[in-house]
Design a protein around this ligand. Sequence first.
Ligand code: AMP
Ligand code: MG
Length: 344
Amino acid sequence: MKSKYADLKLNIDLNKIEEAANCIKQGGIILFPTETVYGIGANALNKNAVNKIFKAKGRASDNPLIVHICNLDMLNDLVQGIGEIEEKLINNFWPGPLTIIFNRKECVPNNVTAGLETVGIRMPSNKIAKKLIELANLPIAAPSANISGKPSGTKIEDIIDELDGKVDYILDAGMVDIGVESTVVRVVENKVHILRPGKITVEDIKKLGFDVIVEKQVMEECSPNQKVMSPGMKYRHYAPNTKCLLVYSEDENKMIEEINRQIKNIGNVLVLGRTSHLDKYNTNNKLDMGESLEDISKNIFTLLRKVDKYKVSLVIIEGVKKEELGLAIMNRLIRACEHNYIEV
Ligand code: AMP
Ligand code: MG
C-alpha cells in the first residue's frame, strides 16, 4: 500500500502537519523534512513505533537514533543532567544542525539508544519539523530517510521508490537546506569530541573557546568489531554499486591533472567535479557538484544516487579541503568511495 502523501512545497498546510503528528501519536512512522536531510520519525518514547523505523530502513540494531525535540522541557525529560559546555552549545547552536550526546534517563527506550547509556538529541530549526514535534507534543526519534547504506534523502523524489509503503505518511517540502546530516558531538573531560562532522563546524565550536577533538574515525576506516564513540561510523554508508575514487590536492591544477590521468588509463569513467572545473576533464561523462561548499553539501547525496545509471568502470570524485563544511563533505565522500582515496 502507498504511504499517505502531503505536498507542502509551495504551501505549508498545518492540517497536514497535524495529520502527520496524529500519526506519530498513534504509533505510526512518517517521513518529514529537517534542515539537514529528511528523517523517518516515530514517537521516541514508544518502543514498538521505534522498531518500525529499524525495520523500514533495515538498520542495524546497534546503531542508535537521534531524538528530535522542540523545547528544553523535552530535553530535561530525556537526559540526566546538562553540563556547562553542553549548555553553551545549546545556547549557540539550537535550534540547528547539532546533535549532542547526553546521559539518558530510564524513560528512553533501549532500541532508541541501541542499548547505550547515552542518547543523541537535537532541536531542528526547520519550520515543518518544529511544528510537527510541537503538535505531536512528543520527542521524535528519527534517523536519515534512506535504506541503510544508501545516501541520505535530501528530496522525496530520491527516496520515494525505496520508502513508499514502508512509512504511514510523507511530508514533502522539496529540497532540504543543508544536505549533509547534523554534526554529532560528545563532551568528555571538558573537550568537545566531534563524532560526525556537519554544518556546525570544528571552527564554529572553537570560536566559543572550547577544545575540540575530531575523532579518528571521521576520516579513517574502522572495522565492525572496533569500539567507537559513534556506532554509525562502523557501517558501510553512501557507497554506490559502481567503484568510486576520491581525488584531492591542495593544488587545483594537480588534482585536475591526476583525474585526467585516471581518465586516460581507465577510459570508461564518470567525473563528479566543481562547476568551474568540468570543461577541463577529457570525458563526456561529468556531473556538476556546484561551486561552493554549500552547493556541494546540498547536491552530493542526489549525485551519488545517480552514478550507477552511467554504467562506467569508475566514478572519480573531486575532493575538497577538509576545513569548515569541507570536513563533513569529505567524511561522506570518503565513505562513498569506501576509503579509495588519493591525495596528490
Ligand atoms: P543518522 O540517524 O543516519 O543521522 O545517524 C545517527 C548518527 O548518530 C549515527 O552515526 C549514530 O552512531 C550517532 N548517534 C546517535 N546516538 C548516539 C549515541 N548515544 N552515542 C553516540 N553516537 C550516537
Ligand atoms: Mg543515516
